[in-house]
Design a protein around this ligand. Structure first.
Ligand SMILES: [Zn+2]
Length: 480
């Protein structure tokens, strides 16, 4: 098992992750509000979480990841209830909200699949955990950290001395920041935040000891994490914009209940800019994955573009940049084809300074994992891979690599693809289908049925397969 070191927002330093239960890493990731399609900025966060999971899983850990779906909040309520009559009963309102969020849950899962983001171990929906949230708030009340005002319940920040430790706020700054959080009616102090919101006319509600209402956003993550992972969490992640107030409030809620430190490592992904500017609908630079696909962008090229950049560096998304990512991917895939195809031309060049490919692969493997284990340094990890590809291509030009050496190179490509998910082994079943079509085409050529041979060539092209007729009569193929 490798030691993985990550930047911890809590201590502002890079520290080794030492799970409470050896070998099992429990990670809670703030997931999407399923109110609309995820935009590329959200997707960057989910890709960073996927990278984290794959690095742990590839390093021998039992990586248990939770990503919540927020399916109750102001905008969801507004848009899901708009069509309902004023006298609609609560059951109808809850159903309408579920139907509204179901469509965006579905589109979110489609995005995950298109980007090869592995499904989390747990994907809880907030509204399935209302009793747990109520129990947590009751516990905070008992600990003197929460109070009720007109059917809503608030967290009393002044009663929790550790407040501000993650965002490193001074109390004055904290109050100024917190006052931005609207929709909280009668708090004792501006910095107090809502745990439970008393219902308003036209809203769906749940019954509680404080009357009918619904949970605040922050309490959702604390309640679901405690329920699914218990009272110690190894890592909690999210976008950098969640540090304050969301994660600060999560700490106050969870630790206010538990009475001890809750999360060992807080890990945050940086923002994404689009063409040098902050993404916004008014600037017209607001993209969902659907928008990118409509512009002809391959989701895996987008994935690779994001993963090539360090997760803690701001990333400037540009369409030109995608071109460079596509070219880089092509290089890796072409190298894979070369290693897979033992009949490809090679060798016969100058025998200058031959290297030992197996040794060279071992060196690259060491560099690759050292980089990833050092705070997920993907640019350095990829540099190790690209240098290896350059060296082995040059080597293979001069001295044809042996089947064993090719096998070792392919094994390393599989190992690196387990993290980057962008240069997988082509499916064998499909390969067999392609091979049999090529055989059929050979037969048509032997029979001088050129029209049929061309037809098969076109069919393969439609499948993204390019044929290469070699002088010796053999046929090689590769994917576009
Ligand atoms: Zn959260």
């Amino acid at each position: 098992m490798r030691t993985i070191r990550l930047f911890n927002t809590l201590t502002r330093s890079i520290e080794p992750v030492a799970p409470i239960e050896p070998g099992v890493v429990k990670v809670y990731n703030c997931g999407p509000t399923i109110y609309s399609f995820a935009h590329v900025g959200n997707l960057r966060t989910f890709l960073f979480q996927d990278l984290l999971r794959r690095v742990f899983a590839s390093s021998g850990f039992d990586a248990r990841f939770c990503m919540n779906l927020t399916d109750v909040e102001d905008k969801i309520i507004r848009d899901s209830q708009a069509e309902l009559p004023a006298d609609a009963d609560n059951e109808t309102r809850l159903k309408a909200m579920r139907a509204f969020t179901n469509q965006f849950e579905k589109s979110f899962l489609e995005d995950l699949d298109a980007l090869r983001i592995q499904r989390p171990t747990h994907m809880p929906r907030a509204t399935d955990y209302i009793p747990q949230m109520i129990r947590l708030i009751e516990g905070l009340e008992k600990n003197g950290l929460a109070y009720e005002r007109d059917g809503s319940v608030y967290f009393r920040v002044s009663a929790f001395p550790g407040y501000g430790c993650l965002a490193r706020l001074d109390r004055d700054g904290m109050k100024a920041g917190a006052s931005v959080d609207a929709d909280e009616y009668d708090r004792d102090s501006l910095s107090d935040f809502v745990l439970w919101k008393g219902t308003k006319p036209g809203e769906p509600w749940w019954e509680s000891g404080w009357g009918r209402g619904r949970p605040g956003w922050h309490i959702e993550c604390s309640a679901m994490s405690l329920e699914l992972f218990g009272e110690y969490l190894d890592i909690h992640t999210g976008g950098i914009d969640l540090v304050f107030p969301h994660h600060e409030n999560e700490i106050a809620q969870s630790e206010g209940l538990l009475g001890h430190q809750w999360v060992s490592h807080w890990v945050h992904g940086e923002h994404l800019m689009v063409e040098g500017e902050k993404m916004s609908k008014s600037l017209g630079n607001f993209y969902t994955l659907r928008d990118l696909r409509a512009k002809g962008v391959d989701p895996i090229v987008f994935r690779f573009a994001i993963q090539s950049n360090h997760y803690r560096k701001p990333y400037n998304f540009t369409f030109d940049g995608l071109g460079a990512s596509e070219a880089a991917l092509k290089r890796i895939r072409a190298f894979r084809r070369r290693m897979e195809d033992a009949s490809a031309p090679g060798g016969g060049g100058d025998f200058k300074e031959p290297i030992d490919p197996s040794e060279r692969i071992e060196q690259a493997r060491g560099e690759f994992w050292n980089a990833l284990c050092d705070d997920l340094n993907t640019p350095e990890a990829l540099a190790a891979l690209f240098t290896l590809i350059t060296d082995l291509n040059a080597q293979d030009d001069r001295v044809l690599m042996t089947p064993d050496e090719r096998g070792a190179a392919l094994a390393f490509l599989d190992e690196t693809d387990a993290v980057f998910a962008a240069w997988p082994k082509e499916s064998r079943a499909l390969d067999q289908e392609i091979e049999s079509m090529i055989e059929a085409r050979k037969a048509t050529k032997t029979n001088k049925n050129w029209a049929e041979a061309d037809k098969i060539r076109e069919e393969l092209k439609a499948m993204g397969i390019i044929l290469e007729d070699r002088k010796d009569g053999s046929v090689a193929w590769h994917r576009e």
